[in-house]
Write a protein that binds this ligand. Sequence first.
Ligand SMILES: Cc1ncc(C[n+]2csc(CCOP(=O)(O)OP(=O)(O)O)c2C)c(N)n1
Ligand SMILES: [Mg+2]
Length: 366
Amino acid sequence: MTVSGHGEAATSPLAASVGLTDTDLIAMYRTVALARAIDERMWILNRAGRIPFVISGQGHEGAQVGLAWPLRHEHDWIAPFYRSIATCLTFGMTARDLMLAQYAKGVDPSSGGRQMPGHYGHVRNHLVSVSSPVATQILHAVGIALAAKIRGLDQVAVAIMGEGSSNQGDVHEALNFAGIHKLPFVFIVENNGYAISVPVEKELSVPDVADRASGYGMPGVVVDGTDVLACYRAGREAIDRARHGEGPTLIEAKVTRLTAHSSDDQQTKYRSESDLEEGKAHDPVPIFRAQLRDAGVLTDEIEAELATGIKALVDDATDHAEAEPDPDPATALDWVYAERWPGESVPPWHVEGGAATGTATDGGAG
Ligand SMILES: Cc1ncc(C[n+]2csc(CCOP(=O)(O)OP(=O)(O)O)c2C)c(N)n1
Ligand SMILES: [Mg+2]
């Protein structure tokens, strides 16, 4: 089978164990690997002085792809956070979309260059624009879940953040409300053991964020964030529960942060050599790759085809973003507040009549 052989539905025992086909598993791996390649390119561009700031998803990609995979595209909703590169790819954003945001170009679909770097969003793909004050997105997502329930839309809303952010007061209010009203909502915490330089022992008084779920009357699930298929199973179960009116779930994925907090941080100041080495053993990319090779799903031929395709996509996204014009400075204050749009004019970034247009997805279940 080749990557392009989508017509074939070969099913290895590994794929069958999660109710997917080998084609699905290869598409998942491709999204994980594409997210990593885009992320690595961003760091190079930052060091080369081309983009001002990188906040990385490296180490989180496996959990992000597995957990978001069962959602319905352009139907369900995600309120992501700044590390959600692989989540955004899984849910329909393209390499070009992400790179346009990094370069803050006029046609950047996240915000037309108005947002902070890493604050992705996409109208057509139902990705809510990231808010800089951490955890505020959970209230947006719970509000969407409430609206979906009232309107009978069969939609599920997901909020995603780190474990440090999950200590904010907004989270208590949101989970309490979602639990009381049995909303179609899933709360995903990507626990990477740090909130910038603060280690998890100084963030939580309990071993797991998921321990708190019972206080809100919902299941709390801990999942190994390096195990893409375990994340897929946990995500599917929670999303099915939410869609069938059984209420919200809290999923905590244990991940590792392979980079500094951001390109403005130096993590060797507060992390030991052994901590950093240990992190590399929890890198989801080689772990998923080895699992798929052992299962006979990934072959040399497929890997070579994937690698060529991913490099071409990242090169294309970089060249495209480099070539696009910056936003017109005269419009800097336009479309920031609601007074002009949708009432008077429409932002020029991939939006037509309130629904974004855009290109075919690079990642995700398609
Ligand atoms: C309300 C608020 N307080 C502080 C910050 C500064 N800040 C940005 S990211 C971050 C750490 C968040 O840690 P965590 O939630 O564990 O996510 P991680 O970055 O580790 O993925 C902090 C404190 C902020 N953006 N908003
Ligand atoms: Mg963290």
